[in-house]
Design a protein around this ligand. Structure first.
Ligand code: ZN
Length: 198
């Protein structure tokens, strides 16, 4: 079994964890940022993490599902380790998750949800709604990184390889902004933008 320290080392070495001054998609500011795509960039690391998550699963699983886009690589690795089929939902014209490409969920199937990072649990809730619509049974939620504060989403406990609890701040109370350090949006093509000081 892989240790949390080994996972942390993998995330750090691959550049999946960066330190700096970031504007999160929520608009809040943070000193650290996680981009799991960087650790999954290395297929061997993806395989190791997928196997480690598969070991966490004690329930019988018929099918594995992951949200687009970030969850697909690790979901597929977990499905490989469990020797089960993998599928992913996409957003329809109404913005809600739906199944395309001929993917189907059969009633009463036992479905494992795999994500790269769980933060607010909002994506998980959307997946759960899709599973409910298809009368399937969610049997667990596993993620490489758990950033949720409660470690529970919709009554399901998050099983993760590492829990990372980063502080984040509103721009008004951000200590990095107070020092005049410029902030940027990770993943954005935009040049570094000066953090708003209010
Ligand atoms: Zn800031």
């Amino acid at each position: 079994m892989i240790t949390e320290q080994e996972v942390l080392q993998m995330l750090t070495e691959s550049g999946a964890i960066s330190k700096g001054h970031f504007i999160l998609s929520s608009g809040r500011h943070a000193e650290m940022y996680v981009q799991c795509a960087r650790v999954l960039e290395d297929p061997r690391r993806a395989e190791i993490l997928g196997k480690a998550l598969a070991i966490c699963v004690k329930e019988k699983v018929d099918r594995v599902i992951s949200p687009i886009l970030g969850g697909i690589l690790i979901g597929h690795e977990v499905a490989r380790a469990l020797d089960r089929p993998f599928l992913f939902p996409e957003r329809g014209s109404n913005g809600e998750f739906c199944l395309r490409r001929g993917f189907t969920l059969n009633p009463q199937e036992r479905v494992l949800i795999v994500e790269d990072v769980v933060t607010t649990g909002q994506t998980t809730e959307e997946i759960l709604a899709l599973l409910a619509d298809n009368e399937t049974q969610p049997v667990g939620l596993v993620a490489i990184v758990d950033r949720s504060s409660s470690h529970v989403v919709e009554g399901m406990s998050v099983q993760s390889l590492i829990q990372l609890d980063f502080s984040n701040y509103s721009p008004e109370e951000c200590p990095l902004c107070a020092k005049g350090i410029s902030a940027h949006r990770p993943g954005s093509r935009a040049k570094e933008v000066q953090a708003q000081l209010s």
